[in-house]
Design a protein around this ligand. Structure first.
Ligand SMILES: *Cc1c(COP(=O)(O)O)cnc(C)c1O
Length: 949
């Protein structure tokens, strides 16, 4: 049948939202490739030996309205009760200005991690505000720009402490008053590393010389406010470290960890305006003493200067990529919680220190009033002094009162068989307090407070915090709105241009998919809410898991890991547990190709495996001989291999089945990194080609936005034999828990679910094919100008490709950095730089980009190639040229122009819009300066004033 747009695809109309090129454009693009149908391209690209036999079928795709109606029916099955459970999750109010201008604003949520500082100044400033806020509240000098959740932050703090403590003890002490999920995740992390976990009472059981660190919860999970100054001093005597897990809202009114001598503080900023969301996402924080800053995991925003000496932000210590350096990895954190950290920081900017104090004091007074009502009715409340949380021993009445509270639509925490836990928050209304009293059989009106406090003497905060002017802005919403807009305007996100980052899959995050996540039935649910209040979540989790299993060919899914790297870690733990159960616990070698993402070896280290690197062959594929030799050598110690498919070189390797077979032959398990699933969905199932477990980056393939560096979700799929070893429930203290909440960042799963419902099986498959078409179209159009480093047997690439730019250094003195910065002038975010091959660019357009946008990018790349040619031919100066001086700012334009090329050429290269030109707010950022002069909190006022002008 001839190929015409009208016969092209029946479901075409429904999926026009996600698929960039129109049918007519696809015809033109295929022509460039010398083909007539998309099928031909796919047949040339993905080897027949790996293709799935049957098409994906999820029934008819839903329209936007159908999907929203369907999601409403699911949402209605969730019941957002008043939740006083506490245990690390609290009701909070997201100021509407923040919800609308940040959470629901694609300028913020579609941005990528700020690796290119010149196009990221807005979110870098917001994250610096976050670090300043954390540093102030905890009383410690250095803070990072977020971690995944409080429990993983506890685990990171423990391993960080082991690295820096002088004590050589092999155990860590964990306060029995830590939230159960924190203890569970620390146990998971400690076990493979041979760290003993001693749980006990810090004032009775802590023997400092036996541990390298101790972890204390503040306030404790049952509400106790304890001063850890003495135990920390004793730890220091023994060369060990003190870690405090602190609730930032409590720190507003309570003595800060720094004042107790703590070395590290971690915690969750959830209650700073981020809904509970059934467990996540929220930003965890980590702060430490200046002494330990170079051991800190996660990203740290710092202050540096640009080419004109003006202040500019960027990620500091980037060259060592902090913690995920292959052989010396200490942590695998990659995607973190940038968007949620931005929201929390704006919550602090929005309320300022006075507002925060008012909120914290109100929460405390409500708790005091509630407790007094109970006490006056004869109930005994414990502890006597608390911030927002206390327990009541009700003996045999536990069940009755718990149920009576449910009848008032209030959730309490059951503790043991006789106690109930109560935790009040910013959202608690007098009606809820009265309802709670009724559940206890008390008829009483909440008439407001008489201002009573029950904070322990000597524990009230005396130091200032949030003194920086950014936290003292005029609080009119006009001013706040404009500040958020100003920062957003400094950044280049998907709402302005294609972000062709290889391996990152920056596809459309459709507006309609984002809508359900702010519905209260998804947002305002505690992760420990009773099962009959979360039937909607349960239904969605089941159906989404089934669909993901169908897509991947796996038998079971765990939704717990809240990033890709966490998925790797969870998957390797699953493999490890499986080997143990088979009596093969000695298996500890993991084969990983040198081209693997840095998180792969980092995750392997975290589960105590030894990494053996496997070489790449000349054509970029895994060197099969080397692979077999290394597998053979590992022999009965082979635990696993970690491969990426299609490979990080952007090619469908023909030998993937063989790699899996060799691994199995020697008793190992195959971990297939699913970051490139956007090239597989509907075409190839990892579970069918020999893999045993994979993570899926829902924030890549399945439309969850990157949020400027998080959130993400990295669920893992496994074959049946691994299913019994998937992560356990953290709140129940089950083994293998990797996140604080059972379903990770549950509240963003509706995005991926909506995406699948809208696309249907055929639409998803079409998206994969078009992703491959878009990549091949770019590669073809750039042929002759740039060399594509690796291709498959028919000269085709998968959904991404690597351009070799290394020789330009010799011919023109042009580095890959220069090209990346010049692309900013053209109005683009750079492709992935220097990974997986140093000095190269990796391009992944995704299916969402239209032909016009691809052509604009191609024009930009060809224009840059022409400039390189002119430099190489000596027509432009090697040091003073548009590439070396890129990016060009308005400041450059109006300053004295001392350059051998025109302003026009400098500022408006091919690709750049004239009217809608993107102007970077700073010139090229000096990374070395920033690392030499590390400043990781908001700089002094004078600089701020200068920057604002
Ligand atoms: C993105 C990516 C990861 C890590 O995922 P995060 O969600 O950032 O932790 C791992 N492997 C590959 C190949 C990736 O592209």
């Amino acid at each position: 049948m001839p190929y015409t747009p009208s016969t092209y695809l029946p479901y075409d109309f429904a999926n026009r939202r996600h698929i960039g090129p129109s049918p007519e454009e696809m015809v033109e693009m295929l022509e460039v490739l010398g083909l007539t149908t998309l099928e031909e391209l796919i047949d040339e690209t993905a080897p027949a030996s790996i293709r799935q036999a049957e098409a994906l079928d999820f029934g008819a795709p839903k329209s936007e309205r159908e999907m929203l109606w369907f999601m409403r029916q699911i949402a209605k099955k969730n019941k957002p009760f008043t939740t006083l459970i506490g245990q690390g999750y609290h009701g909070t109010v997201t100021p509407p200005a923040i919800q609308r201008n940040i959470l629901e604003n694609p300028a913020w949520y579609t941005a990528y991690t700020p690796y290119q500082p010149e196009i990221s100044q807005g979110r870098l400033e917001a994250l610096l505000n976050f670090q300043t806020m954390v540093s102030d509240l905890t009383g410690l000098e250095i803070a990072n720009a977020s971690l995944l959740d409080e429990s993983t932050a506890c685990a990171e703090a423990v391993t960080m402490a082991q690295r820096v403590a002088k004590s050589k003890a092999k155990a860590v002490f964990v306060d029995e008053n830590c939230h159960p999920q924190n203890i569970a995740v620390v146990r998971t992390r400690a076990e493979p590393l041979g760290i003993e976990v001693i749980v006990g009472d810090p004032f009775e059981d802590l023997e400092p010389e036996k541990v390298f660190a101790a972890l204390f919860q503040y306030p404790g999970t049952y509400g106790h406010i304890r001063d850890f100054t003495a135990p920390i001093a004793a730890l220091h005597e023994a060369q060990a470290l003190g870690i405090v897990v602190a609730d930032p809202m409590a720190l507003v009114v309570l003595k800060e960890p720094g004042a107790m001598g703590a070395d590290i503080a971690v915690g969750s900023t959830q209650r700073f305006g981020v809904p509970m969301g059934y467990g996540g996402p929220h930003a965890a924080y980590m702060a430490c003493r200046d002494l330990y800053k170079r051991a800190m995991p996660g990203r740290i925003v710092g202050v540096s200067v640009d080419s004109r000496g003006n202040k500019a932000y960027r990620l500091s210590l980037q060259t060592r990529e902090q913690h995920i350096r292959r052989e010396k990895a200490t942590s695998n954190v990659c995607t973190a919680q940038a968007l949620l950290a931005v929201i929390a920081s704006f919550y602090a900017v929005f309320h300022g220190p006075k507002g925060l104090r008012a909120i914290a004091q109100r929460i405390h007074r409500k708790a005091v009033r509630t407790a007094r009502g109970l006490e006056e009715a004869g109930f005994k409340v414990e502890p006597a002094e608390f911030f927002d949380t206390f327990t009541v021993d009700v003996g045999p009445m536990q069940g009755v009162i718990y149920k009576a509270a449910l009848a008032e639509r209030i959730n309490l925490r059951k503790i043991g068989t006789t106690k109930l836990g109560i935790s009040l928050d910013e959202t608690t209304r007098p009606a809820s307090i009265e309802g709670l009293w009724r559940a206890f059989g008390i008829d009483r009106k909440d008439t407001g407070g008489d201002g009573q406090y029950r904070l322990p003497d000597g524990m009230v905060r005396t130091s200032d915090f949030l003194t920086h002017p950014v936290f003292h802005m005029n609080r009119a919403e006009t001013e706040m709105m404009r500040y958020m807009r100003r920062l957003a305007d400094r950044d280049l996100a998907l709402d302005r241009a294609m972000i062709p980052l290889g391996s990152c899959t920056m596809k459309l995050n459709a507006a309609v998919e984002m809508m359900p996540i702010t519905w209260p039935e998804f947002a305002n649910i505690h992760p420990l809410a009773p099962a009959d209040q979360v039937e909607g979540y349960a239904k969605m989790l089941t159906d989404l898991s089934e669909k993901l299993c169908q897509i991947t060919g796996y038998d079971a899914m765990s939704m717990q890991p809240n990033s890709g790297a966490q998925g790797e870690y969870a998957g390797l733990l699953t493999i490890r547990a499986y080997h143990k159960a088979q009596g093969q616990g000695h298996r500890n070698i993991c084969l990983i190709p040198t081209s693997a993402h840095g998180t792969n070896p980092a995750s392997a280290h975290m589960v105590g495996m030894k990494v053996v690197a496997v070489k790449s062959a000349e054509n970029g594929d895994i060197d099969l001989d080397d692979f077999r030799a290394k597998a053979e050598k590992a022999g009965e110690n082979l635990a696993a291999c970690m491969i990426t498919y299609p490979s990080t070189h952007g090619v469908f390797e023909e030998t993937v089945r063989e790699v899996c077979a060799i691994t199995h032959e020697f008793g190992g398990q195959v971990y297939l990194d699913g970051a490139n699933l956007n090239a597989l969905v509907g075409l190839v199932k990892p579970g069918e080609i020999g893999a045993d477990v994979s993570h899926l980056n829902l924030h890549k393939t399945f439309a969850i936005p990157h949020g400027g560096g998080g959130p993400g979700m990295g669920p893992i799929g496994v074959k049946a034999h691994l299913a019994p070893h998937l992560p356990g429930d953290p709140a129940q203290g089950e083994s293998g828990a990797v996140s604080g909440a059972r379903y990770g960042s549950g509240s963003i799963l509706p995005i991926s679910y909506a995406y699948i419902l809208l696309m249907g099986g055929a639409g998803l498959t079409q998206a994969t094919k078009v992703a491959i078409l878009n990549a091949n179209y770019i590669a073809k159009r750039l042929e002759g100008a740039y060399d594509v480093l690796f291709t498959g047997q028919n000269g085709r690439i998968a959904h991404e490709c690597i351009l070799d730019t290394r020789h330009f250094v010799d011919t023109a003195g042009v580095t890959v950095d220069d090209i990346a910065k010049r692309l900013i002038d053209c109005g683009f975010h750079a492709p992935t730089m220097s990974w997986p091959v140093a000095g190269t660019l990796m391009i992944e357009p995704t299916e969402s980009e239209t032909k016009a946008e691809l052509d604009r990018f191609i024009a930009a790349m060809l224009g840059i190639r022409e400039e390189i040619r002119q430099i190489a031919e000596g027509k432009i100066d090697k040091g003073n040229n548009p590439l070396k001086k890129a990016p060009h700012t308005v400041e450059d334009l109006v300053a004295d122009w001392d350059r051998p090329y025109s302003r026009e050429q400098g500022c408006f290269p091919p690709g750049a819009f004239r009217v809608d030109k993107y102007w970077p707010p700073v010139g090229r950022v000096d990374n070395a300066f920033g690392d030499r002069n590390l400043v990781c909190t908001c700089p002094p006022v004078e600089d701020m004033a200068a920057a604002a002008e």
